[in-house]
Design a protein around this ligand. Structure first.
Ligand SMILES: *Cc1c(COP(=O)(O)O)cnc(C)c1O
Length: 369
């Protein structure tokens, strides 16, 4: 039986990739900010309509080093949400900082900006919201709070590649944003990531930190890591970027097919697009609220048909074994509720409509008593 996974990586034609990497056999320059890296960075900057971008071997490393670049005192607090991938919380904790978990909004699962102020203490230094599933956070509300309290705003925009809000690239909001180019994301360079930011100064610091903290040949004055993107990865990114608009358009059709099948079904909440947002159709999460089957039952029924959906995001990050009892958590009833009832359905450009229909039939219990 055919296996359907929640995501399937977009790839260029093999010949297109081979053409792209051919010049590397002349240059023998395989990594350390070579020609492909520079070209990819420039093309991304244009595509995302941002002033600056720094590339990384993956999104997580970008986020971790971005936080390090801010030089927050150890033990400072960062307000974030637990309804996200492990990376967001790990990036904070690995910098010896303390995540403070704020609840999410019922309608789009991003941080509830009305609840941020009650999380602020004298130790708070930043807000790290997540544009979860590519849904845009309340960027204006968050900015007002950040200005009022003098906080930095660093977005986890791993899901939000290509998303625009009020005609601006999403990376223009906040001090900086991290995008992931992991194989399972809307746009991929196999692995990879980019941090977009507003101040040139941040770019210098990120460059140093992703290259072992080396300032010059004999001066190493920061405890850096190795976060560089190599030339083969950049070449894959260059190829995939040529086709990204087409890929997002195909995702849109899959989205519309799901909506057609599942709209108006009692007890199933489906994603609605905000009119100010140019979406990327990254994920198709549905929430079961008083539906005739529960989330775990549907998960199992789909699995029995070789359809591998995911419970994104369950468990919440604050409930991970490594964090339990480590951080006290504010009241986060909505995050708990969504996490217990959400299911993320397969979503990728080449997903057949017949498969979408089959998935929906199983969810709707067709052929079941
Ligand atoms: C994928 C992802 C990351 C990490 O990105 P990688 O490129 O896989 O390191 C971070 N945050 C969120 C929300 C993600 O989904």
């Amino acid at each position: 039986m055919k296996r359907i996974l929640v995501a399937r990586s977009s790839m260029p034609a093999l010949s297109e990739y081979v053409d792209e990497i051919r010049s590397l056999w002349d240059s023998h320059w395989l990594t350390n900010m070579g020609e492909k890296h520079e070209q990819f960075a420039k093309e991304l900057k244009d595509y995302l309509s941002v002033p600056y971008i720094s590339l990384f071997c993956n999104g997580h490393m970008g986020l971790e080093l971005l936080i390090q670049a801010m030089d927050f005192p150890a033990g400072s607090e960062i307000i974030t949400t637990p309804f996200t991938f492990a990376s967001t919380t790990h990036a904070i904790v690995r910098n010896n900082l303390v995540p403070v978990f704020c609840d999410i909004r019922e309608d789009n699962f991003t941080i509830d900006s009305c609840k941020i102020e009650e999380c602020i203490t004298e130790k708070t230094v930043a807000i790290l919201p997540v544009h979860v599933y590519g849904n845009v956070c309340d960027v204006e509300g968050i900015e007002r709070i950040a200005i009022k309290y003098g906080l930095k705003v660093l977005y986890d925009a791993a899901h939000a590649f290509g998303v625009r809000y009020k005609e601006k690239g999403i990376g223009n909001y906040g001090d900086a944003s991290m995008f992931s180019f992991h194989a399972t994301k809307v746009f991929n360079s196999i692995e990879g990531g980019g941090v977009t930011f507003k101040e040139e100064r941040i770019g210098k610091r990120l460059y140093q930190l992703k290259n072992f903290g080396i300032r010059s040949e004999e001066i190493i004055d920061a405890v850096g890591a190795n976060g560089k993107m190599n030339e083969f990865v950049a070449a894959m990114g260059i190829c995939n970027l040529r086709h990204i608009d087409e890929e997002i358009e195909k995702r849109k059709h899959v989205y519309e097919r799901y909506v057609k099948n599942l709209k108006g079904v009692n007890g199933i909440k489906i994603p609605i697009q905000n009119t100010d947002v140019l979406p990327n159709f990254a994920y198709f999460p549905i929430v079961f609220e008083g539906y005739r089957f529960d989330r775990n039952e549907i998960y199992e029924s789909l699995r029995n048909e070789n359809i591998y959906v995911r419970k994104y995001f369950y468990p919440l990050t604050n409930e991970f074994e490594c964090y339990k009892k480590l951080f006290d958590t504010k009241q986060i009833p909505i995050a708990h509720n969504i996490s217990n009832h959400v299911l993320t359905l397969p979503m990728y450009a080449d997903l057949d409509f017949t498969d979408v229909d089959k998935i929906c039939d199983i969810i709707l219990g067709k052929g079941r008593a």
